[in-house]
Design a protein around this ligand. Sequence first.
Ligand code: COA
Length: 194
Amino acid sequence: MPEQWAYVADPFGNRIELVEPTPTIAFRPLTVDDFELLVEWFTDPVVAAWWDQPAEIESVRSKYLPRIDGTGDPTLMWIAEVDDAAAGLFQSYLHDDYSEHDIAVGLADAVGIDYLVGAPHRGRGLGAATLRAFAGFVLDLYRQAIVCVAAPAAANAASCAALERAGFERSHDCQPPDEPPTIAYTVWRATAAP
Ligand SMILES: CC(C)(COP(=O)(O)OP(=O)(O)OC[C@H]1O[C@@H](n2cnc3c(N)ncnc32)[C@H](O)[C@@H]1OP(=O)(O)O)[C@@H](O)C(=O)NCCC(=O)NCCS
């Protein structure tokens, strides 16, 4: 029996599970084989409301293939896997590589993230769990960064709630170019002072 299961025995000796097992969360690089799944996710109205990407295979290919084969911009793309199943799309980038966004958010030495969770996994705490794991993942990966920043639209209540449950701190309001009013949320590297 996995150690993470907590249980008690009833008077008849039957085991009663008290908590769900902790899911295994991992991040792997996006591949071309994921493009059909991305189309499915971008077709979802909940995602479409907050992630501006046409849900067509050619559009997905032209946006994301250059990020996979290294010919495009330096944003890195990741599939979040929950218990080995593809659960969401995450991306990471140094704010230094996107100067207008960097200036608008106003945090030095930052790694920025964006994310979506597909409908089958959404709304049961996995958004928060994957965000917590991803903050640690990117701070390990980008050793030059001292802070992980998420900047959801202020009106994106589910995203703000998931970030707060994940342990991000609400930092400040900001206005990146061509985006709605935004709130910056932060997780600082353990040794760095904000
Ligand atoms: C943002 C997102 C990743 C969160 O994933 P999730 O699996 O729904 O997250 P969780 O279940 O861990 O938490 C969602 C929280 O939002 C709350 N929530 C969900 N829908 C809500 C709504 N319409 N209004 C207010 N709160 C809402 C939930 O109650 C929960 O809060 P709680 O933990 O305090 O109870 C997911 O909703 C998503 O992919 N949305 C579409 C894409 C997107 O918005 N990406 C972010 C762009 S910045």
